[in-house]
Every structure is written in C-alpha cells, then in structure tokens.
Design a protein around this ligand. Sequence first.
Ligand SMILES: Nc1nc2c(c(=O)[nH]1)N[C@H]1C(S)=C(S)[C@@H](COP(=O)(O)O)O[C@H]1N2
Ligand SMILES: [Mo]
Length: 265
Amino acid sequence: MSALLKPLSRRGLIGFGATAGAGLLLSGCDGLASNDKLSKIVKSGEAATQRWQRLIGRDGLAKEFDVSQLSPDFKVNGTHEPVEAEYQAHKAENFANWKLAITGLVNNPMTLSLDQIRRMPARTQITRHDCVEGWSAIGQWTGPQLGLLLKAANMKTNARYVVFKCADNYGGEASKGGAQSTSLYYESIDLVDAFHPQTILAHSMNGGPLSVGHGAPVRLRVERQLGYKQAKYVMGLDVVSSLDGYGSGKGGYWEDRGYEWYAGI
Ligand SMILES: Nc1nc2c(c(=O)[nH]1)N[C@H]1C(S)=C(S)[C@@H](COP(=O)(O)O)O[C@H]1N2
Ligand SMILES: [Mo]
C-alpha cells in the first residue's frame, strides 16, 4: 500500500503512470478510489490534471434512484448480440481472453483483462436510461470510473476526446434517417464527460455480470447523456485530439446518421 501511495504523492500521477504502470493501480488498493487520494493526485501540479479537476467540478450529477425503483424489465435495444466472429469467440470463452485496449494520445498505452477491470475500485449507481425512441428504464450499474483508467493511461496534453470502439457491426434502421450503411458502432465523449464522477465502464448491471444483451463484457455509462451514447460491447478506448478519424467524423454511429453529438440530459 505505501509503495503505491508514495510515488503518487511524491511525483503525482505522471510519475506513477510512467514508473508503476497499471499493475499497481489494479492491485485492489481501494484507497486509490477515495476522493482524498484522488484530489491529492489532481493537485499534484501537472497541468493537464489540473484542467481535468476543473472539469469534474463543472458538471452536476445525474439523479440517482433507490433499488426499489429499478425497472423490472430493462429493454435491450440496438444490437442484441454482436454476430462478429471476434466477439463470438470471446463470448464462447466467457471473455477470459478479452482485453480492453487503451490507445492513442496516452503515455501508457495498456490492455486490461476483464478480471483486472473487475478488481478495480468501482462505483455503483442507479440511474435512468433515456432512449431517443421514447422509452426509459432505471438500472443499477457498477464499474470503475473512466477517469481512473485514463489517469493510469496518462493522457497527453493534446487529448480532447475518448472514442469507444465497439464490437458490433450495427446495420442501422431506415426509420432513423434513411438508407443505412453497415459499420462498427462507436461513440465519443469529451473530457468533461470522461472525468464526470458518474462516467463508468460498467461490468455489472443490477448486481450481476453484464449480460450480452446489455453490452457484455463492459459498456459505457455516461449518465448525463442519452441512450445512444451508452456504448455497449466496448473493445477499446482511443484517446484523440479530433474525431475526424472515425466513421464520417461526427463522433458516433448515430451522429454520423444525423443525431446530435452532444446528447446531454
Ligand atoms: N455497441 C452498441 N452500443 C449501443 C447500441 C448499439 O446498437 N450498439 N445502441 C445504443 C442505444 S440507441 C441504446 S438506447 C442503448 C441500449 O442499451 P440497452 O440494450 O442496455 O438497453 O445502447 C446504446 N449503445
Ligand atoms: Mo437509444
């Protein structure tokens, strides 16, 4: 424990990331999640980190609910199960060899197994999911805060967005904007949302492992945004300075088909 915390307080997050790597972060030290420790980290003087801290303070929290308010039937929407061979192979092994890749504008690119993600300090939240199609459902989500992963990956100062690369080659529907071409589902958020305390990579829903329908092995929960931002089947995070490199450059599968990129609620 002290071996972990010393480099954090002495050199701040950059030193931690560069020297210790993800292994220590994932060793199950719950202390790292406490606000005390995190605020020490973000006060460490590193310019980008200070900017993130200001961003965290800017956004209010989405309303959280009580277990008694959980929806008995949370609809599965969009892709119900990716048909892609890569996903099917991981599913057949119960995601034992699946790894989340964190790439792009980071000093510590890394891959994390599902087990490592499950062992990270986690947040549990009961929130309402609002789909543009006109339905809502209340669910409980558990997983590490995205900010924790991004801090471990140690973003470069020109980072502006996090892109979520999904496993499913979603065909789309004509009812949502005309003829749809098939392409991989993806989404993106800016750093305000990425470091929002309720933005998590959920590995569990309603107290059990995330089902395939709801996005196994991990899905994004970005609670101040509409349903289509809640990327399921996340295979990788790409930290970028521009959204030009993905799809038609609008920042998401549905955004490329006319939806707003900023779907704040
Ligand atoms: N990878 C992926 N993520 C996705 C979708 C999808 O089809 N593929 N659909 C989106 C939409 S429109 C909604 S409303 C929610 C549905 O999540 P649910 O199936 O858990 O209800 O996931 C979002 N994330
Ligand atoms: Mo949706």
